[in-house]
Design a binder for this molecule. Structure first.
Ligand SMILES: C=C(O[C@@H]1C=C(C(=O)O)C=C[C@H]1O)C(=O)O
Length: 362
């Protein structure tokens, strides 16, 4: 058989397979419509989006996968199928730190898939307010970066709002130096970016643009937007912002650490049931006395509960003297975790469970 004949035969097979896939996805979509009907019949407070179920579906697919596609690529395809199926039940409106093209938007799409309605906000606090007001279903906020540490705006917002964390998502962050069509690349005098991104590329900037002014703006996408109208400036931002604002990459992957990643949290109003592979986030304030932190950590150690993060913030009101943000493995409904939380509650000035949620799958 000639190469042309082989290709033609293979393409016929692919066509037949596509038709089968189409049929199966359609059947799956009809099932989702029936699920929606059952949920609606249950009553007013129907919860269409079920993060614990979605996490299970993705993990199940990754466990079964034996194809040439790797687990992450396969799960991403199913992520999009589920996203569209859920949209048949309810179109989720998701708020994030805008404008369009930020890493937070990329995180939102990674977590929910592309069939959601995007609601870009001007500041992290506005994301919290929109969710609290019920104007959107969920919000996505950055919480920590592997190079730069905690995102304090987000931590402080948790003190001011009563919202539930219902998921987490991790994103590898690649920064590029972006320029526009009219930029004179040998005469760049200003580089725009978000303060966190400037910090994540500090060594690269010191080596390549030591005398160029670094200007911190509200987001990477905002930085990319500004470059369009200025001939002497560049922006540090990611792929999404580059394609959205029509900029080209003068230098690629300029982050100082190759493993640079950011963890984002999904905030909403709906608690998530246990999946068996969960994380919990709490805020605790302790009395200002010697040994307070030791006392706080003891119940975790005594019960072999894995702490994944601990962060301290200054208190914002009289009630919160010293505030610790703690993440650990387990769900607040697990009997062991319940015991740990009860012990902490008896020693603390205040304890707030921000939420238990499935560990990031993708
Ligand atoms: C179909 C359901 O509703 C939504 C859609 C899902 C899917 O397409 O698999 C999974 C969970 C929910 O977010 C369900 O609850 O099972």
């Amino acid at each position: 058989m000639s190469a042309a004949e082989q290709l033609a035969a293979l393409r016929l097979r692919i066509d037949a397979l596509d038709e089968k896939i189409l049929e199966l996805i359609s059947e799956r979509a009809r099932c989702a419509q029936q699920v929606a009907k059952v949920k609606k019949d249950e009553g007013e407070a129907a919860m269409f989006y079920r993060p614990e179920r979605e996490a299970w579906v993705l993990k199940h697919i990754m466990e079964l996968n034996q194809s040439p596609l790797n687990n992450e690529d396969m799960a991403r395809l199913f992520r999009e199928i589920m996203s569209s199926c859920l949209a048949l039940e309810q179109t989720l409106k998701v708020a994030f730190l805008g404008p369009e093209g930020t890493f937070t938007q990329a995180a939102a799409l990674k977590h929910f898939g592309h069939a959601v309605k995007s609601a870009p906000m001007a500041a992290i606090d506005e994301v919290f307010r929109e969710v609290a007001a019920g104007a959107v279903n969920f919000g996505v906020v950055p919480v920590e970066n592997s190079t730069e540490g905690a995102v304090n705006h987000t931590l402080d917002s948790f003190l001011e709002h009563d919202l539930v964390i219902c998921g987490e998502v991790e994103l590898r962050i690649h920064h590029h130096l972006l320029v526009g069509e009219t930029t004179k690349t040998d005469r760049i005098t200003r580089i725009y970016s978000h303060a966190q991104s400037l910090a994540q590329c500090r060594k690269w900037l010191d080596a390549h643009y030591p005398n160029v002014e670094r200007v911190a703006v509200s987001s990477n996408a905002d930085a990319a937007k500004r470059v369009k109208s200025e001939w002497n400036s560049a922006a540090i931002a990611g792929d999404m912002a580059a394609s959205l604002y029509g900029l080209t990459r003068l230098f690629e992957k300029i982050e100082d650490r190759p493993d640079n990643s950011t963890r984002f949290l999904i905030i909403g109003n709906q608690p998530v049931p246990p999946t068996g592979d969960d994380k919990t986030s709490i805020i605790v304030s302790m009395r200002n006395k010697p040994g307070a932190l030791h006392e706080l950590l003891l119940p975790f150690h005594a019960n072999s509960v894995d702490l994944t993060r601990i962060e301290t913030r200054p208190s914002r009101s009289g009630k919160w003297t010293y505030v610790f943000f703690i993440d650990f493995i387990g769900h607040h409904q697990d009997p062991l975790i319940k015991d740990v939380l009860e012990k902490i509650r008896s020693d603390a000035v205040a304890l707030k469970v921000l939420g238990s949620y499935p560990k990031a799958v993708l």
